[in-house]
Design a protein around this ligand. Structure first.
Ligand SMILES: N[C@@H](CCC(=O)N[C@@H](CS)C(=O)NCC(=O)O)C(=O)O
Length: 195
C-alpha cells in the first residue's frame, strides 16, 4: 500500500501520524507539488480532485483523508482505532464529520479572512470540552481515528495560536495526542524565516 501525501498539512498529517503510530505497512511518498504532480494525468486518474492524501491499495485508490483513516483502521483491526459496535462507529463518524464540516471550514474562513475573530472557535471548543469531560483521555474514551482527524487541525500553526485557557480539557487532550508516537514522528520542522 502507498500513501501519496504532503505531510505539512493536517489532512495529510492525520493519516501519516496514524500509519506511524501503529507502524502500518504503508509506504508514504511525498507528492511533488512544485512540479504539479497532483495535476498530472497519472495522478488525476487516482484522484480526480487533484488533491492529497491518496491511498493506493492494489487497484483501489482512495481519497478523502477521513475515509482513508477509517479504511486503514478496518484493514488493520489490531489498531483498535474504530469501534465495531454500531453506536461506537456512529460516534466516530460524528467526530469525523464535525472536523470536516465545522472545525475545518471555520479554520478555512479564518485563513481567508471571511472570519476575523479567532475566538469564534470557542463554541466549537466548548462542544469538544464537554465530550472530553468525565476524565476521558481521548474523544471516545479510547484512542480512535477521531483523535487523529481532529487533533491534526489543532496542531497546525493556526491551531497552536488559539486560546485554550477556557478549555483545559481540550488543551490537555491536544497535548496528550501531540505526545503520541505517530504525531511525534510526523513533526515538520519549517525552515527559519528569512531575515
Ligand atoms: N477533504 C480532503 C481535502 C484534501 C485537500 O484539500 N488536500 C490539499 C492539501 S491539505 C491539497 O491537496 N491541495 C492541493 C490543491 O488543491 O491543488 C481530505 O480531507 O482529504
Amino acid at each position: 500500500m502507498e500513501l501519496i501525501s504532503f505531510k505539512i498539512t493536517p489532512n495529510n498529517r492525520k493519516v501519516e501520524a496514524f500509519i506511524a503510530h501503529f507502524d502500518l505497512p504503508v509506504t508514504v511518498r511525498q507528492i511533488d507539488f512544485k512540479h504539479k504532480e497532483h495535476k498530472s494525468d497519472e495522478f488525476l486518474a487516482l484522484n480526480p480532485m487533484g488533491k492529497v492524501p491518496v491511498l493506493v491499495d492494489g487497484d483501489f485508490a482512495l481519497w478523502e483523508s477521513n475515509a482513508i483513516l477509517v479504511y486503514l483502521a478496518k484493514k488493520f483491526p489490531e489498531t483498535r482505532a474504530l469501534p465495531d459496535d454500531d453506536r461506537g462507529r456512529a460516534e466516530v463518524d460524528r467526530w469525523l464529520h464535525w472536523q470536516s464540516c465545522h472545525l475545518m471550514p471555520f479554520m478555512g474562513a479564518l485563513k481567508t479572512g471571511a472570519e476575523e475573530d479567532p475566538d469564534a472557535v470557542k463554541p466549537l471548543f466548548t462542544v469538544l470540552e464537554k465530550q472530553l469531560a468525565d476524565g476521558r483521555d481521548f474523544i471516545l474514551g479510547d484512542l480512535s481515528v477521531a483523535d487523529f482527524a481532529v487533533a491534526a487541525y489543532l496542531m497546525t500553526k493556526m491551531g497552536s495560536s488559539f486560546d485554550y485557557s477556557e478549555h483545559p480539557g481540550v488543551a490537555a487532550w491536544r497535548q496528550r495526542v501531540f505526545e503520541l508516537k505517530g504525531f511525534q514522528e510526523t513533526i515538520v520542522k519549517l525552515p527559519p524565516a528569512a531575515a
